[in-house]
Write a protein that binds this ligand. Structure first.
Ligand SMILES: CC(C)(COP(=O)(O)OP(=O)(O)OC[C@H]1O[C@@H](n2cnc3c(N)ncnc32)[C@H](O)[C@@H]1OP(=O)(O)O)[C@@H](O)C(=O)NCCC(=O)NCCS
Length: 142
């Protein structure tokens, strides 16, 4: 994994080989604040979506985000950037799954160079029809 300090270095080089690409998205003008910069909250929503991809394989049904640990934004996200969301499984519990998400931007005019813009650790809980935690179903052999 790329250390958080690398958020200060916009040209850190390679993408993480140990993480899985779970989402790619290009922010649009509607995702901006009045200054023309992308809302941090929009990025956070995309991270929540990206974070759900791996846990969905374990929950196999309804689930909810119970916790998100620390967003830090050290590099801006701009309209037209190509954002890549990489994920890795951190923990499978009785009812919950925790993943780590790292987000990289390719500037529209400088593709192929990846700038880490944020990262977060998220926990999702499998829930039943009443919204209560339910045990994760037995995992199928891959
Ligand atoms: C998700 C929810 C059903 C969990 O119910 P709960 O009674 O709070 O949870 P529990 O204490 O029984 O814990 C359930 C699991 O969540 C984990 N968990 C609970 N709080 C956590 C936290 N702050 N950080 C990380 N994991 C946490 C527990 O470790 C447990 O995992 P495990 O069974 O794998 O060990 C409930 O908190 C809820 O409905 N929250 C709102 C969810 C939501 O609306 N999310 C979107 C927000 S906009």
């Amino acid at each position: 994994m790329v250390p958080m300090n690398d958020l200060r270095n916009p040209h850190h080089g390679d993408l993480p080989a140990d993480l899985e690409l779970v989402l790619k998205v290009i922010p649009q003008p509607r995702d901006c604040n009045a200054n023309g910069d992308i809302f941090g909250g929009w990025v956070m929503a995309q991270v929540d979506l990206a974070g759900s991809v791996i846990p969905a394989r374990y929950a196999r049904g309804r689930m909810a985000t119970v916790a998100v640990k620390e967003f830090i934004f050290k590099q801006p996200v701009r309209v037209g950037d190509i954002l890549s969301f990489y994920g890795a499984l951190e923990r499978v519990g009785r009812t919950s799954v925790t993943v780590r998400i790292e987000v990289f931007a390719e500037r529209f005019a400088d593709q192929g160079r990846y700038i880490k813009v944020t990262e977060a650790t998220l926990t999702y809980v499998a829930i039943d029809a009443q919204g209560r935690p339910r045990p994760l179903p037995p995992q199928q052999a891959s």
